[in-house]
Ligand binder design. Structure first.
Ligand SMILES: [Zn+2]
Length: 149
């Protein structure tokens, strides 16, 4: 058994107990901002992981396979939705539909340029706003690539 003073380094990824997808660790700060009361209030401060699989209902889990599903979060989880209105950028409120609209209209995603500019200026708050706790720019790139294909 380990105690609090000799805990091993936290793994940075773990497989989702439901869908087995490789899931990245996500900060405690993200969960206490994302989870509804009272789950956020009762949350132990330890390692959690975010499952990004679209078809899987699990959003967060810990090493003991305690899970939080889409209904446990305060916002709709865009990563788990097929809706055109799903959010891609939670910090600056950019939806999938907005990105598609910009690409169809001008071939350029102005929102991405704005997100990059604001991110450079350190105005983003991905760790609190995005359920994944991570930056959305990779998702913008995936959407652009799919549009060009
Ligand atoms: Zn999963």
């Amino acid at each position: 058994m380990t105690n609090c003073c000799d805990s091993p380094a936290k793994p940075s990824r773990l497989n989702c107990p439901d869908c087995s997808a490789v899931s990245l660790s996500v900060g405690y700060q993200t969960l206490i901002h994302q989870l509804k009361h009272p789950n956020n209030a009762a949350l132990p401060n330890k390692a959690y992981y975010f499952c990004g699989s679209r078809s899987c209902n699990v959003v967060y889990f810990d090493a003991a396979a305690k899970v939080f599903g889409v209904d446990d979060l305060r916002v709709e989880v865009g990563q788990k939705s097929d809706s055109d209105n799903r959010l891609v950028c939670y910090c600056f409120d950019v939806s999938y539909a907005c990105i598609q609209d910009e690409l169809h209209t001008s071939g350029v995603c102005q929102s991405k340029a704005r997100v990059m500019e604001w991110t450079r200026a350190k105005l983003c708050s991905c760790e609190s706003r995005n359920p994944s706790g991570a930056c959305c720019l990779a998702e913008f790139k995936r959407i652009e690539k799919a549009f060009e294909a």
